[in-house]
Design a binder for this molecule. Sequence first.
Ligand code: ZN
Length: 111
Amino acid sequence: MISFDKAHKLLTGIQLELIELQSISKAASAPVILDQQSVGRLSRMDAIRDQAMAQEADRRRKLELQKIEAAFNRLGSDNYGICLGCEEEIAEKRLEVDPTATLCIACASQE
Ligand SMILES: [Zn+2]
């Protein structure tokens, strides 16, 4: 069974990393303002595509942060590390790789 401290540390580490990435990418995902005179059609499409990719990355980071939030809640209510599928303990190794995991390997592979 993974210890509270270890799980907390792992979750906090990822959370800080995500928040940092989010603030860095704020600038990148700002609305595309294009100068029609100087920007060709191709680079305009590039800019739009880059923006879409930045928004997608941002969306994924938000989901990840929600998962971390949920994991902290489980940690606080003492059911962290318990599989939602079979209620067995999730292997510590698995939680080290993904501390937000809510399913054990057996249940996750059935999805
Ligand atoms: Zn399970």
